[in-house]
Ligand binder design. Structure first.
Ligand code: 0O2
Length: 210
């Protein structure tokens, strides 16, 4: 019988630590009063039911879980603009607190579902009372528009178990194209948006004096 609580504890610790670290990156940009390529960060430990489903799907034994299910610890970094994704990727590559094991670019090569996102699998060392334990974590880096689409598609997927009725399938495809165009439009007016944001940030700091 698997002791899930003990198995998941280092993953939980890794998610908590990485959330703090990545949120710290955002704070550092704010302090410099420059545009932050990171809008917000979320993290979760994969629910036990989903781990079991994936293990069954891939025919994995208990011992294979830690290596074959790479997203038991999952982090998401949301960006305002597509160009910010590359900046975040570069920042992550510079870090010395984990090793990058794999990178998957579903932005240059979107999935047939319409899914777009940049994935990075890392090996992260967790300090435990029994010594250092290296675990795998998956970081998904995406724009707000990519995140909106993926969140909706994910919940519909849950409902229909991947077998979408044709009209929903078509709408999801069109929504993916709309999200892509939204990202493009926002990139076009990026400078305008960023100037306004710096102005707004400064005003917030000095207080509204009128
Ligand atoms: P969750 O926790 O429900 O999100 P695998 O990990 O073996 O299933 P692969 O191709 O090696 O598959 O991994 P990949 O492509 O990096 O996908 C891992 C995660 O990316 C998924 O986790 C999703 O979070 C996300 N993802 C990938 N494709 C899609 C897609 O078409 N739509 C949406 N909404 N998300 C996608 P899980 O396992 O689904 O778990």
């Amino acid at each position: 019988m698997m002791n899930w609580e003990a198995f998941l504890e280092p993953y939980k610790q890794a998610v908590d630590e990485l959330k703090i670290k990545f949120k710290g990156m955002r704070t550092q940009f704010e302090l410099e009063q420059t545009h932050s390529p990171i809008e917000f960060v979320t993290g979760r430990v994969k629910p036990i039911g989903s781990i079991i489903d994936k293990a069954r799907e891939k025919n994995l034994s208990q011992d294979q879980l830690a290596y074959q299910v790479q997203d038991i610890a999952g982090l998401r970094m949301m960006c305002q603009f597509v160009d910010d994704i590359e900046k975040v990727v570069k920042l992550l590559r510079q870090r010395k607190d984990f090793m990058i094991v794999e990178e998957k670019d579903y932005i240059s090569h979107k999935k047939s579902s319409g899914y777009r996102s940049y994935h990075m699998v890392i090996e992260y060392p967790v300090q435990t009372i029994g010594g250092e334990k290296k675990i795998l974590a998956e970081i998904q880096i995406r724009t707000l528009a990519m995140n909106f689409w993926a969140t909706i598609e994910h919940s519909l997927n849950y409902k229909y178990q991947g077998q979408f009725p044709e009209d929903i399938q078509n709408r999801l495809q069109r929504a993916a194209e709309a999200a892509f165009r939204l990202d493009e439009e926002m990139s076009e007016i990026r400078e305008e948006i960023q100037e306004a944001q710096v102005f707004f940030q400064k005003k917030k700091e000095t207080g509204n004096q009128h």
